[in-house]
Unconditional design. Structure first.
Length: 318
C-alpha cells in the first residue's frame, strides 16, 4: 500500500514539474509585452528597457524559469505587475471563492446526477429513463454561459428568486452566502450532473445485470437493498472517477460563470491578468489550478483502495 502511495506521489510531482514548464513557456508565448503595458504605450525605448530589466524579462529563459520554479516551491510567486500586490495574497483571497462555488456545484451535480443515473438504470426501457436521458442531453447541449444568462434573466430579474450578482462569504454568513452562491452553483452543477448521470447509468446497467445481483434478487432481498448495496456500491469506482474529473474541471472552468455573476474568484483574476499581460499572476494562477487538478486525481486514486479492496491488494503486490 505504501509503495503504491509513494509511486503515485512521485508521478504527481513529475507531472506538476512538466506542467510548470508548459505553463512558463505558454505564458511567454502570449502576444504583447508586459513591460510596454506597465510603462505605457507612449513610453520611450529606454523606459521600456528599464522596466523589462526590473521585471527580469531581459534574462535568458532558463534563468527566468528557474526563478519561477524556485519561487513556486517556496510559495512566493512574486508581485503583480498590474497592482504591485503579492500574488500569494491575491490567490489566497480569490481561490476560496472558487472552491466554495465548485464544491457547492459539485454537491448539486452528485445529488442530481447519481440519483438520475440510478433511476435511469433501474427503470431501463421505461419513461423515467427516457426523461432522465432527455434532461441530461439538453443540459450537456446548452452552453454554460447561455444557461447562466437565462438564469439571471428569469430567476433573478423576473422572478426575483436569487440575486443576479454579488458575493457574501459563507464563512461569515452561511445562510446569506449560500443564497448568493445558489444560482451560479446551479448553472455549473446541472451541466456537470448530465455527464455524471450518463456515466452512473451506464455503470449501473452493467452491474445490475451481473450474476451476483441476480443471486441477491433470487435470495429475496428488497429491491432497494439490491440497488444500493450491490448495484450502486459496485459502481462507485466509475462514479468516483467521474466525480474527481468533474471537480477538477469545475475548479478550472468557473471563469465564465464568475464573470456572469460578478464573483471575485480566481476565474475573474485570471481574465484580468490575461488582459494586462500580468505574467506572475497568470503563471501562479494556472499552476495552482493544475496542482489542484493533480491533487484531486491523486486523492481519487487513493480513494479507490477504500472503495474496492482489489485495488488495495494490487497496490501491495507491486
Amino acid at each position: 500500500m505504501l509503495r503504491y502511495v509513494f509511486h503515485r506521489l512521485w508521478q504527481s510531482a513529475l507531472t506538476l514539474v512538466l506542467a510548470s514548464v508548459v505553463i512558463f513557456l505558454g505564458v511567454r508565448a502570449l502576444p504583447g509585452d508586459p513591460a510596454v503595458t506597465m510603462a505605457g504605450e507612449q513610453a520611450d525605448p529606454q523606459t521600456v528597457a528599464a522596466v523589462r530589466a526590473h521585471l527580469g524579462l531581459d534574462r535568458p529563459l532558463w534563468a527566468q524559469y528557474w526563478e519561477f520554479l524556485w519561487h513556486s516551491v517556496s510559495g512566493d510567486f512574486g508581485h503583480s505587475i498590474r497592482t504591485g500586490s503579492p500574488v500569494r495574497a491575491m490567490i489566497a483571497t480569490t481561490f476560496p471563492v472558487t472552491l466554495q462555488l465548485a464544491g457547492y456545484a459539485m454537491l448539486i451535480a452528485v445529488l442530481t446526477g447519481v440519483s438520475g443515473g440510478v433511476l435511469a438504470a433501474v427503470y431501463r426501457g421505461r419513461w423515467p429513463e427516457w426523461l432522465a436521458n432527455g434532461v441530461s442531453l439538453v443540459a450537456m447541449s446548452v452552453p454554460t454561459f447561455w444557461l447562466g444568462l437565462l438564469g439571471v434573466l428569469y430567476l433573478s430579474v423576473r422572478l426575483h428568486w436569487f440575486p443576479a450578482s454579488g458575493y457574501v462569504s459563507p464563512l461569515h454568513d452561511p445562510a446569506r452566502g449560500g443564497y448568493y452562491l445558489t444560482l451560479p452553483a446551479l448553472v455549473l452543477g446541472l451541466t456537470h450532473a448530465a455527464m455524471l448521470q450518463r456515466q452512473t447509468r451506464s455503470s449501473m446497467v452493467e452491474t445490475l445485470t451481473a450474476d451476483f445481483v441476480r443471486t441477491a434478487r433470487a435470495k429475496g432481498l428488497a429491491p432497494m437493498t439490491v440497488v444500493v448495496r450491490y448495484g450502486l456500491r459496485n459502481s462507485l469506482i466509475v462514479v468516483t472517477t467521474v466525480i474527481g474529473l468533474q471537480l477538477g474541471l469545475l475548479i478550472a472552468g468557473t471563469v465564465v460563470t464568475e464573470r456572469i455573476f460578478a464573483l471575485p474568484g480566481i476565474g475573474k483574476l485570471t481574465l484580468d491578468s490575461l488582459f494586462s499581460r500580468d505574467y506572475p499572476v497568470i503563471e501562479a494562477v494556472v499552476l495552482v489550478i493544475v496542482a489542484s487538478y493533480i491533487l484531486i486525481n491523486l486523492l481519487v486514486d487513493l480513494l479507490y483502495t477504500v472503495i474496492d479492496p482489489r485495488v488495495r491488494v494490487a497496490g501491495r503486490t507491486r
